[in-house]
Write a protein that binds this ligand. Structure first.
Ligand code: AMP
Ligand code: MG
Length: 417
């Protein structure tokens, strides 16, 4: 079955709003088949294929949260401080004998609670008398400084739902549960091309009017961070037949075909026509700046995405089009990008009706507020503007101007992958 059905509209000249494009992707891209068992060391960035239920409780046993003195809450003094003899000592990793009534047990962080003890008095607060007894004040809460078995995750409870993109903290959780492997969906195989007669790979001889292909390297790095297996298929020339053939071949052996460049309406922009020749086009213009021309289609059942050539446009549209497609193919739950409010420290005018992303750096104002500085120049070809900023200010379709002090949404680059 096609992973992206192609029974919909031809989009005429209309610009599709970003949210509509993302919803379209969510509705039409279905996950690839196939799972794989990977060692924990390899699990970061992968998508969990089956829900993980805790085979053991966490913590595994009741233990002390601090260094101090364990006791029975039944013994806690109510009227006046009382001295407790220290009857035993238990350290992390050693078994504990049951506590004797009316005594305390010297205990250290992570050590098992002696049977019967349920409260720990912190060593920082403890005073010992000449006889070596702990002086216990009144007012200690029963159960204080003790971590009961299963308080984090009960045995049998859902520890990680299916579809979660595993992060270092999930890997740590799986290890804490004693697991050595996890079942994940297989890697998404992405065929990656650049298009354009002007491009040469870095390291190759360059003619005077040629430039080094940067998108392929940037996009491959982004894809790998999403857990993809990337086939770098080099540069396709601005030639309709060559493009159509390259795309068709790649589609046969990959889950996604991704290109950059050649999707505008210039005479030398052949990607759109090549996709129509090799398959069908679902969308080719989005109401987004930088970006606008973004082609999505299907070639022999395989999704195709053609990003704009300008590096900044390529980067921004990757986040809004490629990322959700890759996540959907990998069976991951949708991870909507959430822009967090900061104050603009700039003025800006924009056109109504399209989403705009402004490159910005964050700083803290003297009053302690997060403020965004706009990168001083706006060109969609300025790679330094991406390299020297912290993230994107998202300006919604309805916004027409931003004044200094306005609250605006900020997306850190780290959150885009
Ligand atoms: P296009 O979308 O093909 O019209 O390209 C728009 C601009 O992006 C042109 O200035 C291209 O030279 C540039 N460009 C296209 N592809 C790449 C690439 N892979 N790396 C760097 N710049 C590119
Ligand atoms: Mg081009």
């Amino acid at each position: 079955m096609a992973q992206l059905s192609d029974d919909c509209f031809a989009f005429g000249g209309a610009l599709m709003p970003v949210d509509e494009a993302v919803a379209l992707i969510g509705a039409r891209v279905s996950p690839v088949q196939g799972t794989q068992t990977v060692r924990l060391e390899e699990a970061d960035h992968r998508v969990l294929a089956q829900p993980l239920f805790a085979p053991v409780p966490l913590p595994l046993f009741a233990n002390s949260a601090v260094d101090g003195y364990a006791m029975r809450s039944a013994d806690l003094p109510h009227d006046a401080p009382r001295a407790f003899p220290v009857s035993a000592r238990v350290q992390a990793g050693s078994p504990a004998a049951p506590i004797a009534a009316g005594t305390s047990v010297r205990i250290f962080t992570g050590a098992p609670m002696p049977e019967g003890a349920d409260t720990v008095f912190m060593q920082e607060d403890a005073e010992l008398d000449e006889a070596g007894r702990v002086l216990l004040p009144i007012g200690l809460r029963p159960g204080a400084n003790m971590r009961p078995a299963g308080e984090d995750i009960a045995q049998g409870a859902l520890a990680i739902p299916a579809g979660v993109r595993l992060r270092p903290q999930h890997v740590g959780l799986a290890a804490a549960l004693g697991l050595t492997e996890l079942c994940v969906t297989r890697r998404i195989r992405v065929a990656l091309f650049s298009t354009g007669n002007e491009l040469v790979g870095p390291g190759s001889a360059r003619a005077p009017a040629q430039l080094f292909d940067s998108n392929r390297y940037m996009l491959a790095a982004l894809l790998r961070r999403l857990g993809c297996e990337v086939s770098d298929l080099g540069i396709l020339r601005d030639d309709r037949a060559a493009l159509a053939q390259g795309l068709q071949q790649a589609a046969a052996t990959h889950d996604l075909v991704l290109t950059s460049g050649g999707v505008s309406t210039g005479e030398e922009d052949h990607v759109r026509a090549s996709v129509e020749a090799a398959g069908s086009l679902v969308l080719w213009r989005m109401a987004i700046k930088p970006g606008r021309p973004v082609a999505m289609g299907v070639i022999a059942g395989t999704p195709f995405i053609g990003l704009p050539g300008n590096p900044v446009a390529s980067f921004v549209t990757f986040a809004y089009v490629v990322r959700p497609v890759v996540l959907a193919l990998a069976g991951a739950r949708p991870e909507p990008l959430v822009a967090l409010p900061v104050r603009a420290d700039f003025a800006y005018k924009k056109k109504k009706g399209r989403r705009e992303y402004v490159r910005a750096s964050l700083k803290i104002s003297p009053e302690g507020l997060h403020m965004a500085d706009k990168f001083p120049r706006e060109g969609a070809g300025l790679l330094s503007s991406l390299a020297d900023t912290d993230g994107l200010i998202e300006l919604g379709e309805d916004v027409e101007r931003v004044a200094p002090g306005d609250s605006v949404g900020f997306l850190a680059y780290a959150s885009l992958i």
